[in-house]
Design a protein around this ligand. Structure first.
Ligand SMILES: [Mg+2]
Length: 139
């Protein structure tokens, strides 16, 4: 099984709110960057510069998280996050939102199931549990 690329949103995924990481976020990020190619896919990184994204997350994280965040690959997109997704490779996109144009792009590429809907309101420890999903791709 080919390892998927990982695309990661910030608000509602890594961050439960502006001040707190979600449960398991640090562990999830560390496991992801150690085992996968992980890309930012967030409004905090739209022009291939992750500086703001990292600083934004670091307001809630402790310093030990920074080197792991620095391993995420920045992306560039304008209107839809799906512009930054490489559809020629398998991927998992962790996001709490998927807007109409993005849904359309996913469906067009037969990849709707690659969106992992994160719903921290109902499942506050979801990210912690998603580590199991990632583990399934790692030998
Ligand atoms: Mg979000």
């Amino acid at each position: 099984m080919q390892k998927p690329n990982i695309y990661l949103d910030i608000d509602g995924v890594i961050l439960a709110n502006e001040d707190y990481l979600s449960i398991g976020a640090e562990e999830f990020i560390k496991y992801a960057v150690e085992n996968f190619d992980v890309y930012w896919l967030t409004t905090h990184c739209t022009e291939s510069d992750a500086t703001h994204a990292i600083n934004y997350v670091m307001r809630a994280g402790n310093e030990s998280l920074r080197p792991h965040l620095e391993r995420l690959i920045p992306t560039s997109w304008v209107e839809h996050k799906t512009e930054a997704i490489d559809f020629s490779k398998p991927f998992l996109w962790f996001d709490d939102d998927c807007y109409l144009g993005e849904r359309r792009d996913l469906e067009k590429n037969n990849a709707f199931n690659s969106w992992v809907e994160v719903d921290l309101r109902n499942y506050p420890d979801q990210l912690q549990r998603e580590i199991k999903l990632l583990e399934g791709f790692v030998e």
